[in-house]
Ligand binder design. Structure first.
Ligand SMILES: [Zn+2]
Length: 254
C-alpha cells in the first residue's frame, strides 16, 4: 500500500493550528530517512561489517586505535547513503518551508537527504557524512580526494581526516545547539518526526517549545516518551504524514 495524503487526513483542529502558525521548528530523526532506504546503524551491519558493533566504531577512541578501520566503515556507509534518494517526506518539508519561510529544520541525520530535497539552512545536530574534517586541527577539508584506502592526510597540518559527524562521546556542535534552542524558544509549532525523542539534548527542544506555548506534534509509527505530552500524535511515517500536512497548507492558501 502506498501511503498518500488521502489516507492521512490531518485532523481539523491541528490543520487550523498549522495554518495559523508561522514559526515552526521541525526535528527529524532516523525515521525521516527510513523510507529512503537508509539503513539504521544496526540494520547496516551486514556482510563484512556484521561482526562490528557500530557503537565501538563511531567513537574518537576507535579512530585513534584503528583509523583505517573506522574510515573504511564510513566509506561503506557513504556508499549505502549515496544510493538512497530523498522520499516524499523530505520533499514535503522543503515545500512546507516555502509556505512557512520562518520554519527551522533540525536533523539528527547525517545523510544530507533534506538538503538534496531542497531544504536550506538545515541545522545539523550530528554533522554530515558527506564532509570531512581534520581529527587533529578540526579544519574542514572540502575537496580532498577520498578513497577507501584509509584516511587521507589533512592538507593543513598533515593529521588524519575523519568524517564530519558527531561520534559517541562527542558534543553536538555548539552553533547547532544554540540555533535549535533559540528557534524552540520562539516556536509556535514543534514537529517531532521519526525520532524516539528520548535522547538529550534533542529531547529538550520539545520541552522548551512547549514552555513557549508551541503546539507539540509528533509523527512516528510507534509511541515515544514525547507521545503522552504531545498535543497531537500522528501515528505513521514521515513519508505519509508530511505530504498530507503540505497539502493541507497548500489548500488553505489556494
Ligand atoms: Zn589538520
Amino acid at each position: 500500500m502506498t501511503p498518500t495524503a488521502s489516507l492521512h487526513d490531518v485532523p481539523e483542529r491541528l490543520a487550523a493550528e498549522l495554518c495559523a502558525a508561522d514559526r515552526w521548528l521541525v526535528l527529524t530523526g532516523a525515521g525521516a530517512s527510513a523510507d529512503s532506504g537508509v539503513p539504521t546503524f544496526r540494520e547496516a551491519q551486514t556482510g563484512l561489517w556484521a561482526r562490528y558493533d557500530p557503537q565501538q566504531l563511531a567513537t574518537p577512541g576507535a579512530f585513534v586505535d584503528d583509523p583505517r578501520l573506522v574510515w573504511d566503515w564510513y566509506c561503506w556507509r557513504r556508499e549505502l547513503i549515496a544510493t538512497a534518494q530523498p522520499n516524499a517526506g523530505h520533499f514535503a518539508l522543503a515545500e512546507i518551508a516555502k509556505l512557512k519561510p520562518e520554519l527551522r529544520l533540525v536533523t539528527q541525520n547525517v545523510d544530507g537527504l533534506h538538503q538534496r530535497a531542497g531544504s536550506a539552512d538545515v541545522i545539523e545536530f550530528h554533522g554530515s557524512i558527506e564532509r570531512n574534517r581534520c581529527f587533529d586541527c578540526e579544519r574542514p577539508a572540502a575537496g580532498v580526494p577520498v578513497s577507501s584506502s584509509g584516511p587521507p592526510p589533512c592538507p593543513e597540518c598533515g593529521g588524519l581526516l575523519r568524517p564530519d559527524v558527531v561520534w559517541f562521546g562527542e558534543a553536538i556542535p555548539p552553533a547547532a545547539l544554540e540555533a535549535a534552542f533559540a528557534a524552540a524558544a520562539k516556536a509556535e509549532v514543534y514537529l517531532s518526526v521519526g525520532t524516539s525523542a528520548a535522547v538529550y539534548p534533542a529531547a529538550g527542544l520539545a520541552e522548551v517549545a512547549a514552555a513557549a506555548g508551541a503546539t507539540i506534534v509528533e509523527i512516528n509509527p510507534t509511541p515515544t516518551p514525547l507521545s503522552a505530552s504531545a498535543d497531537h500524535v500522528l501515528e505513521g511515517t514521515a513519508a505519509a504524514w508530511l505530504p498530507a500536512i503540505a497539502s493541507t497548507l497548500v489548500e488553505a492558501v489556494s
